[in-house]
Design a binder for this molecule. Structure first.
Ligand code: NAP
Length: 341
């Protein structure tokens, strides 16, 4: 059925937890051209509460009811990672565009099933929530690289620090939940694939939960031979701090910090550090969702694709092997189909 051109995109949300609620608020109060019409969650009471706080939404019993609803043009999957595959596949089966928060799915095999279903349908329906690609600072860095301002990239240095991790965080999660953003953004910045990586976990911070090896260091290698180091430290205590510097043959480019006032007072110079990812990347989340809504309106898939979700999962899989073995580990990945450009 064709959507009338002047009607807002009617979005159904599967997963009404932290980021599902954030995205619902964005769609209803900050972005243009969308309304939320249906919400489901594993906890029906939570879905009812969230739907009740939105102007046009009703709670439905399951995510599959949301996908199937005649009042839903497009689906936003913000449930927990292991449940993403079934809802994304259902949306593809219903030929409805779907925005899926990262990870697209927890394993490369599951991501490939999504890739294959999307290709079988013949058009791009899936956008993955790698919001850093929409951050003004990362976009300026990419522009500088693409314009040749630093020459051929040779090295990248990345830092990913969170003030604290949830108490349930285990040693794989800094790689699969946190550094997965660097795994994606570096592929995008360099237009290159990660081919191998090593992971080191040294002295453990006394502030990390007992089961968590924190911090960790990754060294990623790309097809063209760029080496990328990533410090991932999820209990740094002082705030949320993301850094990135690319070193090229003729120059370097660094990720600017978010605009913030610099205070000179009491004999000291100080500037605030973001408390968390919601604050640091708020504008990027707005921009990625607006881009998705516009792409649904225009009938043209855009942004990070299910292939990007697959690639990130393949790199994350190699990182887990490298963490366990202490060995440099190749990334096992299929060749990119022409469908994904
Ligand atoms: P959360 O607060 O735990 O929310 C997930 C919600 O999904 C919970 O309410 C959960 O219910 C519900 N759920 C679980 N299984 C379901 C199912 N089968 N059907 C419907 N709902 C179901 O987690 P979150 O922090 O919002 O994260 C959600 C996703 O977003 C994760 O994949 C996460 O990695 C991603 N995320 C991405 C970013 C980013 O920077 N792009 C940031 C944060 C989160 P129960 O709690 O009752 O199980």
């Amino acid at each position: 059925m064709t959507r009338p051109a002047n009607r807002p995109v009617r979005v159904g949300i599967v997963g009404a937890g932290m980021i599902g609620q954030d995205h619902a608020r964005r769609l209803c109060t900050m972005l243009a051209g969308a309304q939320v019409t249906a919400v489901a969650d594993a906890d029906l009471g939570r879905a009812q509460q969230v739907a009740g706080s939105l102007p046009d939404a009703r709670a439905l019993p399951t995510g599959h009811d949301v996908v199937a609803s005649a009042a839903v043009d497009a689906v936003l999957v913000t449930s927990s990672g292991p449940t993403h595959e079934e809802f994304v596949l259902a949306a593809i089966g219903a030929a409805k565009p779907v925005f899926c928060e990262k990870p697209l799915a927890p394993t490369p095999e599951a991501c490939l099933r999504i890739v294959e279903a999307e290709m079988a349908g013949g058009r791009r329906l899936v956008q993955v929530g790698f919001m850093r690609r929409y951050d003004d600072g990362y976009r300026a860095m990419k522009q500088a690289v693409d314009d040749g301002l630093i020459g051929a990239p040779l090295l990248a240095h990345c830092v990913h620090r969170n003030a604290t991790s949830p108490p349930t965080f285990t040693s794989d999660m800094p790689l699969t939940d946190s550094a997965v953003h660097e795994m994606d953004v570096v592929r995008w910045l360099l237009a290159d694939e990660v081919t191998a990586l090593s992971v080191l976990a040294g002295r453990r911070s006394g502030y990390a939960p007992a089961q968590l090896r924190d911090p960790q260091l990754l060294l990623m290698e790309t097809t063209s031979g760029v080496h990328v180091d990533v410090e991932v430290f999820v209990n740094c205590q002082y705030g949320y701090d993301v850094r990135c510097e690319l070193v090229g043959e003729t120059g370097t480019v660094s990720l600017p910090g978010p605009a913030a006032p610099v205070l000179r007072s009491g004999g000291a110079v100080s500037a605030p550090v973001a408390a968390d990812w919601r604050q640091r990347f708020a504008r990027a989340y707005d921009a990625e969702l607006q881009d998705w809504v516009n792409s649904v309106r225009d009938g043209q898939g855009t942004g990070p694709s299910s292939w990007d979700g697959y690639a990130a999962a393949a790199v994350a899989r190699a990182a887990l092997t490298a963490l366990d073995s202490g060995q440099r580990t190749p990334v096992v990945m299929k060749g990119r189909p022409g469908f994904y450009g």
